[in-house]
Design a protein around this ligand. Structure first.
Ligand code: NAP
Length: 248
Protein backbone atom coordinates (compact mmCIF):
# COMPACT_ATOMS: atom_id res chain seq x y z
CA UNK A 1 0.00 0.00 0.00
CA UNK A 2 2.74 2.43 -0.98
CA UNK A 3 0.27 5.23 -1.82
CA UNK A 4 -1.51 5.20 1.54
CA UNK A 5 -2.72 8.69 2.56
CA UNK A 6 -2.09 10.08 -0.95
CA UNK A 7 -4.74 12.01 -2.86
CA UNK A 8 -4.50 11.28 -6.60
CA UNK A 9 -6.31 13.39 -9.23
CA UNK A 10 -6.63 11.79 -12.67
CA UNK A 11 -8.01 13.66 -15.66
CA UNK A 12 -9.77 11.51 -18.22
CA UNK A 13 -10.23 9.07 -15.35
CA UNK A 14 -13.51 7.64 -16.59
CA UNK A 15 -12.07 5.65 -19.50
CA UNK A 16 -9.12 3.69 -20.86
CA UNK A 17 -5.69 4.49 -19.42
CA UNK A 18 -7.08 6.98 -16.89
CA UNK A 19 -9.65 4.52 -15.51
CA UNK A 20 -7.10 1.69 -15.25
CA UNK A 21 -4.67 4.05 -13.50
CA UNK A 22 -7.37 5.19 -11.07
CA UNK A 23 -7.96 1.54 -10.14
CA UNK A 24 -4.23 0.84 -9.78
CA UNK A 25 -3.54 3.91 -7.62
CA UNK A 26 -6.53 3.03 -5.45
CA UNK A 27 -5.25 -0.55 -5.14
CA UNK A 28 -1.97 0.90 -3.87
CA UNK A 29 -3.79 2.88 -1.18
CA UNK A 30 -4.48 6.31 -2.70
CA UNK A 31 -7.76 8.16 -2.46
CA UNK A 32 -8.71 8.83 -6.06
CA UNK A 33 -10.43 11.78 -7.72
CA UNK A 34 -11.38 11.29 -11.36
CA UNK A 35 -12.10 14.23 -13.64
CA UNK A 36 -14.02 13.84 -16.90
CA UNK A 37 -16.35 15.80 -19.13
CA UNK A 38 -19.36 13.47 -19.21
CA UNK A 39 -21.15 13.48 -15.83
CA UNK A 40 -22.81 10.08 -16.32
CA UNK A 41 -19.58 8.41 -17.46
CA UNK A 42 -17.72 9.98 -14.52
CA UNK A 43 -20.34 8.82 -12.00
CA UNK A 44 -20.37 5.27 -13.43
CA UNK A 45 -16.57 5.05 -13.37
CA UNK A 46 -16.37 6.42 -9.81
CA UNK A 47 -18.75 3.65 -8.70
CA UNK A 48 -16.70 1.06 -10.60
CA UNK A 49 -13.46 2.22 -8.93
CA UNK A 50 -15.33 2.10 -5.64
CA UNK A 51 -14.63 3.17 -2.07
CA UNK A 52 -14.49 6.91 -1.48
CA UNK A 53 -13.60 7.75 -5.09
CA UNK A 54 -14.72 11.25 -6.01
CA UNK A 55 -16.01 12.01 -9.52
CA UNK A 56 -15.69 15.60 -10.75
CA UNK A 57 -17.13 16.86 -14.03
CA UNK A 58 -15.04 19.31 -16.04
CA UNK A 59 -14.06 19.96 -19.64
CA UNK A 60 -10.30 20.42 -19.27
CA UNK A 61 -10.30 22.69 -22.33
CA UNK A 62 -12.23 25.30 -20.32
CA UNK A 63 -10.26 27.06 -17.62
CA UNK A 64 -13.46 28.07 -15.81
CA UNK A 65 -14.34 24.35 -15.52
CA UNK A 66 -10.89 23.64 -14.07
CA UNK A 67 -11.40 26.41 -11.51
CA UNK A 68 -14.66 24.77 -10.43
CA UNK A 69 -13.13 21.30 -10.44
CA UNK A 70 -10.16 22.19 -8.25
CA UNK A 71 -12.37 24.20 -5.89
CA UNK A 72 -14.34 20.96 -5.43
CA UNK A 73 -11.14 18.96 -4.97
CA UNK A 74 -9.96 21.47 -2.33
CA UNK A 75 -13.29 21.29 -0.51
CA UNK A 76 -13.73 17.50 -0.61
CA UNK A 77 -10.18 16.12 -0.67
CA UNK A 78 -8.03 19.01 0.59
CA UNK A 79 -4.91 18.62 -1.54
CA UNK A 80 -3.35 16.92 -4.58
CA UNK A 81 -0.37 14.62 -3.92
CA UNK A 82 -0.44 12.95 -7.35
CA UNK A 83 -1.68 14.64 -10.52
CA UNK A 84 -2.09 12.46 -13.62
CA UNK A 85 -2.63 14.84 -16.55
CA UNK A 86 -4.11 12.33 -18.94
CA UNK A 87 -7.31 13.63 -20.60
CA UNK A 88 -6.88 13.75 -24.34
CA UNK A 89 -8.41 13.18 -27.74
CA UNK A 90 -7.01 11.81 -30.97
CA UNK A 91 -7.90 13.10 -34.43
CA UNK A 92 -5.81 12.22 -37.44
CA UNK A 93 -5.98 14.04 -40.79
CA UNK A 94 -3.45 14.85 -43.51
CA UNK A 95 -2.20 18.41 -43.08
CA UNK A 96 -4.11 19.65 -46.12
CA UNK A 97 -7.41 18.44 -44.69
CA UNK A 98 -7.14 19.95 -41.23
CA UNK A 99 -9.04 23.07 -40.27
CA UNK A 100 -8.72 25.80 -37.67
CA UNK A 101 -11.62 24.19 -35.79
CA UNK A 102 -9.85 20.80 -35.58
CA UNK A 103 -6.59 22.50 -34.59
CA UNK A 104 -8.35 24.41 -31.81
CA UNK A 105 -10.29 21.36 -30.56
CA UNK A 106 -7.22 19.11 -30.25
CA UNK A 107 -4.92 21.81 -28.93
CA UNK A 108 -7.45 23.16 -26.41
CA UNK A 109 -7.81 19.76 -24.79
CA UNK A 110 -4.42 18.12 -25.27
CA UNK A 111 -2.10 21.08 -24.63
CA UNK A 112 -3.97 24.04 -23.16
CA UNK A 113 -6.08 21.67 -21.05
CA UNK A 114 -2.99 19.92 -19.70
CA UNK A 115 -1.21 23.22 -19.04
CA UNK A 116 -4.06 24.76 -17.04
CA UNK A 117 -4.82 21.49 -15.24
CA UNK A 118 -1.34 21.75 -13.75
CA UNK A 119 -1.61 25.54 -13.29
CA UNK A 120 -4.84 25.23 -11.30
CA UNK A 121 -3.75 22.13 -9.33
CA UNK A 122 -0.41 23.55 -8.20
CA UNK A 123 -1.77 25.65 -5.32
CA UNK A 124 -3.18 22.42 -3.86
CA UNK A 125 0.06 20.44 -4.29
CA UNK A 126 2.31 20.05 -1.27
CA UNK A 127 6.11 19.90 -1.48
CA UNK A 128 7.16 16.44 -2.66
CA UNK A 129 4.07 15.94 -4.85
CA UNK A 130 4.24 14.26 -8.25
CA UNK A 131 2.92 15.12 -11.70
CA UNK A 132 2.71 12.66 -14.62
CA UNK A 133 1.62 13.75 -18.10
CA UNK A 134 0.39 11.43 -20.86
CA UNK A 135 2.21 12.05 -24.13
CA UNK A 136 2.59 9.50 -26.94
CA UNK A 137 5.22 7.46 -28.75
CA UNK A 138 4.16 9.42 -31.87
CA UNK A 139 6.36 12.34 -30.79
CA UNK A 140 9.37 10.17 -31.71
CA UNK A 141 8.74 9.65 -35.41
CA UNK A 142 6.69 11.05 -38.25
CA UNK A 143 3.19 9.54 -38.22
CA UNK A 144 1.04 10.52 -41.21
CA UNK A 145 -2.07 12.39 -40.10
CA UNK A 146 -0.70 13.23 -36.67
CA UNK A 147 0.55 16.78 -37.34
CA UNK A 148 -1.62 18.47 -34.69
CA UNK A 149 -1.87 15.55 -32.26
CA UNK A 150 1.84 14.74 -32.16
CA UNK A 151 2.97 18.38 -32.02
CA UNK A 152 0.57 19.04 -29.13
CA UNK A 153 1.89 16.01 -27.27
CA UNK A 154 5.49 17.03 -27.98
CA UNK A 155 4.61 20.30 -26.27
CA UNK A 156 3.84 18.26 -23.14
CA UNK A 157 7.29 16.63 -23.25
CA UNK A 158 8.81 20.11 -23.36
CA UNK A 159 6.50 21.38 -20.62
CA UNK A 160 7.51 18.52 -18.33
CA UNK A 161 11.17 19.49 -18.59
CA UNK A 162 10.49 23.17 -17.90
CA UNK A 163 8.23 22.41 -14.94
CA UNK A 164 10.61 19.80 -13.55
CA UNK A 165 13.27 22.49 -13.15
CA UNK A 166 10.83 25.20 -12.05
CA UNK A 167 9.27 22.99 -9.36
CA UNK A 168 12.41 21.17 -8.22
CA UNK A 169 12.78 23.62 -5.32
CA UNK A 170 9.50 22.27 -3.96
CA UNK A 171 10.60 18.67 -4.67
CA UNK A 172 7.65 18.31 -7.04
CA UNK A 173 8.64 15.76 -9.68
CA UNK A 174 7.29 16.06 -13.22
CA UNK A 175 7.50 13.12 -15.63
CA UNK A 176 5.96 11.89 -18.86
CA UNK A 177 4.51 8.53 -19.82
CA UNK A 178 4.49 7.98 -23.58
CA UNK A 179 2.34 4.99 -24.49
CA UNK A 180 2.57 3.16 -27.77
CA UNK A 181 -0.67 1.74 -29.18
CA UNK A 182 -2.95 0.77 -26.28
CA UNK A 183 -6.36 -0.90 -26.61
CA UNK A 184 -8.74 1.75 -25.28
CA UNK A 185 -12.01 3.36 -26.36
CA UNK A 186 -10.05 6.25 -27.97
CA UNK A 187 -9.91 4.49 -31.34
CA UNK A 188 -13.71 4.21 -31.46
CA UNK A 189 -14.02 7.99 -30.93
CA UNK A 190 -12.02 8.96 -34.04
CA UNK A 191 -14.91 8.77 -36.48
CA UNK A 192 -13.44 5.88 -38.53
CA UNK A 193 -15.54 2.96 -39.79
CA UNK A 194 -14.59 -0.59 -38.74
CA UNK A 195 -12.79 -1.43 -41.97
CA UNK A 196 -10.61 1.68 -41.76
CA UNK A 197 -9.94 1.05 -38.06
CA UNK A 198 -8.87 -2.53 -38.82
CA UNK A 199 -6.50 -1.28 -41.54
CA UNK A 200 -5.03 1.32 -39.21
CA UNK A 201 -4.60 -1.29 -36.45
CA UNK A 202 -2.83 -3.69 -38.83
CA UNK A 203 -0.50 -0.89 -39.97
CA UNK A 204 0.33 -0.01 -36.37
CA UNK A 205 0.92 -3.64 -35.37
CA UNK A 206 3.43 -4.08 -38.18
CA UNK A 207 5.63 -1.52 -36.43
CA UNK A 208 5.45 -2.99 -32.92
CA UNK A 209 8.21 -5.53 -32.18
CA UNK A 210 6.08 -7.19 -29.45
CA UNK A 211 3.34 -7.64 -32.10
CA UNK A 212 0.40 -6.59 -29.96
CA UNK A 213 -1.35 -3.54 -28.56
CA UNK A 214 -0.56 -2.76 -24.95
CA UNK A 215 -3.20 -2.70 -22.23
CA UNK A 216 -4.34 0.19 -20.07
CA UNK A 217 -3.29 -1.83 -17.03
CA UNK A 218 0.31 -1.98 -18.32
CA UNK A 219 0.38 1.81 -18.63
CA UNK A 220 -1.26 2.18 -15.20
CA UNK A 221 1.67 0.33 -13.61
CA UNK A 222 4.21 2.68 -15.22
CA UNK A 223 2.23 5.70 -14.00
CA UNK A 224 2.11 4.23 -10.50
CA UNK A 225 5.90 3.86 -10.60
CA UNK A 226 6.49 7.46 -11.72
CA UNK A 227 3.92 8.81 -9.24
CA UNK A 228 5.27 6.91 -6.24
CA UNK A 229 8.41 7.24 -4.12
CA UNK A 230 9.85 4.31 -6.10
CA UNK A 231 10.74 7.05 -8.61
CA UNK A 232 11.88 9.55 -5.97
CA UNK A 233 15.05 10.52 -7.92
CA UNK A 234 13.32 10.64 -11.33
CA UNK A 235 12.17 13.99 -12.69
CA UNK A 236 11.98 15.65 -16.10
CA UNK A 237 12.00 12.19 -17.69
CA UNK A 238 9.95 10.38 -20.28
CA UNK A 239 9.09 6.69 -19.92
CA UNK A 240 8.16 5.20 -23.29
CA UNK A 241 5.95 2.11 -22.93
CA UNK A 242 5.47 1.09 -26.54
CA UNK A 243 6.36 -2.58 -27.09
CA UNK A 244 9.60 -1.36 -28.69
CA UNK A 245 7.87 0.68 -31.43
CA UNK A 246 10.07 3.76 -31.15
CA UNK A 247 13.36 1.83 -31.29
CA UNK A 248 13.17 0.12 -34.69
P1 NAP B 1 -9.95 7.26 -23.79
O1 NAP B 1 -10.37 5.92 -23.28
O2 NAP B 1 -10.76 7.93 -24.81
O3 NAP B 1 -9.71 8.20 -22.54
C1 NAP B 1 -9.53 9.58 -22.69
C2 NAP B 1 -10.19 10.26 -21.52
O4 NAP B 1 -10.02 11.68 -21.63
C3 NAP B 1 -11.69 10.00 -21.49
O5 NAP B 1 -12.09 9.88 -20.16
C4 NAP B 1 -12.25 11.27 -22.12
O6 NAP B 1 -13.59 11.55 -21.80
C5 NAP B 1 -11.30 12.27 -21.48
N1 NAP B 1 -11.41 13.58 -22.14
C6 NAP B 1 -11.28 13.86 -23.44
N2 NAP B 1 -11.47 15.16 -23.64
C7 NAP B 1 -11.74 15.70 -22.44
C8 NAP B 1 -12.04 17.02 -21.98
N3 NAP B 1 -12.12 18.05 -22.84
N4 NAP B 1 -12.25 17.22 -20.67
C9 NAP B 1 -12.20 16.18 -19.79
N5 NAP B 1 -11.92 14.92 -20.17
C10 NAP B 1 -11.70 14.69 -21.47
O7 NAP B 1 -8.48 7.13 -24.42
P2 NAP B 1 -7.07 6.67 -23.81
O8 NAP B 1 -6.42 5.90 -24.88
O9 NAP B 1 -7.21 6.09 -22.47
O10 NAP B 1 -6.34 8.09 -23.74
C11 NAP B 1 -5.74 8.60 -22.57
C12 NAP B 1 -4.54 9.43 -22.97
O11 NAP B 1 -3.57 8.56 -23.56
C13 NAP B 1 -4.83 10.51 -24.01
O12 NAP B 1 -4.16 11.69 -23.65
C14 NAP B 1 -4.25 9.93 -25.29
O13 NAP B 1 -3.85 10.92 -26.18
C15 NAP B 1 -3.08 9.15 -24.74
N6 NAP B 1 -2.55 8.09 -25.59
C16 NAP B 1 -3.33 7.01 -25.93
C17 NAP B 1 -2.78 6.01 -26.72
C18 NAP B 1 -3.58 4.81 -27.14
O14 NAP B 1 -3.13 4.08 -28.03
N7 NAP B 1 -4.75 4.55 -26.55
C19 NAP B 1 -1.46 6.11 -27.15
C20 NAP B 1 -0.70 7.20 -26.78
C21 NAP B 1 -1.25 8.18 -25.99
P3 NAP B 1 -14.78 10.92 -22.70
O15 NAP B 1 -14.96 9.55 -22.13
O16 NAP B 1 -15.90 11.86 -22.43
O17 NAP B 1 -14.32 10.93 -24.13
Amino acid sequence: MKLNNKIAVITGGNSGIGLATAKELKRLGARVVIVGRNPEAVATAALEIGGDTLGVTADVGRVADLDRAFAEVREKAGRVDILFVNAGIGKFLPVGETTEAVFDEITNINFKGAYFTIHRALPLMPDGASIVLTSTVAVHFGMPGASIYAAGKAALNSLAKTLAIELAGRRIRVNVISPGPISTPIFGKMGMDKETLDQVAAGILAGVPLKRFGTSEEIAKTVAFLASDDASFVTGQELVADGGMSQF
